[in-house]
Structure formats: structure tokens, C-alpha cells
Design a protein around this ligand. Structure first.
Ligand code: NAD
Length: 306
């Protein structure tokens, strides 16, 4: 049985990715320091190691016989990265560097990395492709881009794939964290008291991608030969303005409304993905629509709060 290491398994995306690999018959070892993730998110059936990947003491506990590393552990908010940029660097960059050395030492065949659209910074109002300049606006984006570059430097010793994810949303997202995840922040506020406070202009736009599509892309990225050495945008190629998103949420959640106040530091004004590489390298052709994704997310919140 193929054994894989998945980091960030107590988090939103990592727990879903781990569930898929377990279902596909892989033996999964999961790591997480539970700094933002929760133990109850860790899927049953995997071997769990609690530890901070920025520490070599955690790296020493990892198995030596894994075939692949899917690296999703990290601090995932641009806004929070300004609170403590050194901590952000440790979580997103030093952890990655440690895993690169671990991968080389143990002859691991591939590392797939959870990067972000935040690496791009300000872009024009057209689909952003992977060869666009990267001038990040947040400490988070700087750390993610540095990690990508370390992977690039060591690519002859450790094969890698970089997934630049856009706005991922869906069931399992942490609704108690009002500083990470545009969709989950608005949805949480609408469900709490019907009052959505919007930090920034409603004309901003994003590329919203549903968690099931992201999980499928991670599976392809980890198993298709065509993914090796590639940096790929993980988005839908469709832009949704903040206003459109808010209107959809307010339509689905009775008696909710929004008002605009202040802004978020390091926030990008508008960004959506050019997905031609994702389509040609991984054969991804269809996506869950925002309407369906939001309905699934809201149904999940009502079930999980019963
Ligand atoms: N959610 C998104 O829209 C999005 C978009 C682009 C990139 N990403 C990246 O994808 C990854 C997963 O994001 P998420 O939304 O699931 O976030 P999340 O916070 O739910 O999950 C991240 C997990 O990593 C763990 N972690 C953090 N630092 C660690 C460390 N040093 N050692 C071990 N574990 C550590 C946390 O406890 C958490 O369980 C992150 O790296 C994030 O930056 C997310």
C-alpha cells in the first residue's frame, strides 16, 4: 500500500484531502500542531502525529518510508500574518524548508505544496497566469512565495508541484475565525446575527473554488506525472465580485444584510485565475457553481449546529 504524508490534517483543506486519499486506499500519516486546526477534524483511519513542522524535533518523528508529501500545514490568513511576521515565516516557510530536507534525505518521490494566489499581489483586471510577476502585498504572500522558491532551488533533488489556490470555501471551514476565508467570514456573520460587516470595497472580486473541486485537484496533482515540476493556479477562472457574493448569501440567509466598513491590510483588490495550465496538465474541466457550493455550505452549517 502506498504511504503518504499529509500536513495540516486537522485543518479545513488538509482534512478533506486526507479523507479522499484514505478512501482511495492510501495509507496516510497526518501531521498538525493544532494551532488553528482541531483534533476532531482529523479523519479516522490515519496515523496522527502532533507537532510543529518548524521544529526539527517534529521532523525526526516523521516516517522514513512515505512516497509523497502533501504539504498543507501553514498559517492561512494574509491579515493574521501582519500580527507576527516571524511566526508566519516559521509556519509557512521554515516548515516547508524542513520538509524539503526531510524529503531529500528519505528519497521521497514528490512534494505537493499549498501555495496561494497571494503571491501575485496587485494584478490587472484579467485572468492571472502562473508566469505573471509575483509582488506579494502581505507577509503571508512573501512567505508562500519564498517557500515556492525553495522548492524550485531543490527541484533536482526533490520533485515538486506548487498549487496556487485561490479562495477555497465549503463545509469544514472554520466559522469561528472571522479573519480567514472571505466566504466563511461573511457566512458566519450572516448566521450569527444577520449583520455582515465588509472590510473593503464591494467591487473587489475573487475566484471562489469549492472544496470538493480542490480535493480532486490535489488528488490529480499528487498522482499525475504531468504535474511534476509544475506551478498551477487552482481556481475556476470565474470572477465573483464581493457584492455578488454578499447578495447570494443575503438571498440564502433570511433577514441578513451587509454594510461596508474599513479595509483589510494587504488585501488584493481583484484577482481571478487563468486556468489553462490546470486544464491542460490535470484535465480539470468542470467546477461546482458558487450557487450550489454556497447552498451545500449552508446546509452543512445547519446540520453541524443541530
Ligand atoms: N483556504 C484557502 O482559501 C487557501 C487558499 C490558498 C492557500 N491556502 C493554504 O492551504 C493550506 C491549508 O489552508 P486551510 O484553509 O485548510 O487552513 P487551516 O488553518 O484550516 O489549516 C492549516 C493547518 O495547518 C496547521 N499548522 C499550521 N502551522 C503548522 C505547523 N508549523 N506545523 C504543523 N501544523 C501546522 C494548523 O493547525 C491547521 O490545522 C494553508 O497552507 C494555506 O495557507 C488556503
Amino acid at each position: 500500500m502506498k504511504k503518504i504524508l499529509i500536513t495540516g490534517v486537522a485543518g479545513f483543506i488538509g482534512s478533506h484531502v486526507a479523507t479522499r486519499f484514505l478512501r482511495e486506499g492510501f495509507s496516510v500519516v497526518g501531521v498538525d500542531d493544532l494551532s488553528s486546526g482541531r483534533l476532531e477534524n482529523v479523519p479516522k483511519g490515519l496515523e496522527f502525529i502532533k507537532g510543529n513542522l518548524a521544529l526539527t524535533s517534529t521532523i525526526e518523528k516523521l516516517p522514513k518510508d512515505c512516497n509523497k508529501i502533501l504539504h498543507l500545514a501553514g498559517q492561512s490568513s494574509g491579515e493574521i500574518s501582519f500580527d507576527d511576521p516571524v511566526a508566519d515565516l516559521e509556519k509557512n516557510t521554515i516548515s516547508t524548508l524542513n520538509l524539503i530536507f526531510y524529503g531529500i534525505k528519505n528519497k521521497i518521490e514528490r512534494l505537493v505544496y499549498a501555495s496561494s494566489m497571494s503571491v501575485y499581489g496587485s494584478v490587472e483586471d484579467k485572468p492571472v497566469s502562473e508566469n505573471h510577476d509575483c509582488i506579494p502585498l502581505s507577509c503571508y504572500g512573501v512567505g508562500k512565495y519564498a517557500a515556492e522558491n525553495y522548492l524550485y532551488i531543490y527541484q533536482n533533488q526533490l520533485a515538486s508541484t506548487v498549487l496556487r489556490m485561490f479562495n477555497v470555501y465549503g463545509p469544514g471551514q472554520d466559522l469561528s475565525n472571522l479573519r480567514q476565508g472571505m466566504v466563511s467570514i461573511y457566512l458566519a456573520q450572516a448566521l450569527n446575527d444577520g449583520q455582515i460587516e465588509v472590510k473593503g470595497n464591494t467591487k473587489r472580486f475573487r475566484d471562489l473554488i469549492y472544496i470538493d473541486d480542490v480535493v480532486d485537484i490535489w488528488f490529480r496533482a499528487a498522482t499525475y506525472r504531468s504535474a511534476i515540476g509544475k506551478t498551477l493556479n487552482v481556481g475556476t477562472g470565474i470572477k465573483t465580485s464581493v457584492e455578488q457574493l454578499l447578495n447570494k448569501i443575503c438571498f440564502l440567509i433570511p433577514n441578513s444584510n451587509f454594510h461596508v466598513q474599513g479595509e483589510t491590510p494587504g488585501d488584493q483588490s481583484g484577482i481571478f485565475a487563468d486556468i489553462s495550465q490546470l486544464q491542460s496538465q490535470l484535465g480539470v474541466t468542470s467546477f461546482v457553481s458558487v450557487d450550489t457550493g454556497l447552498e451545500n455550505f449552508i446546509n452543512w452549517t445547519s446540520k453541524s449546529h443541530q
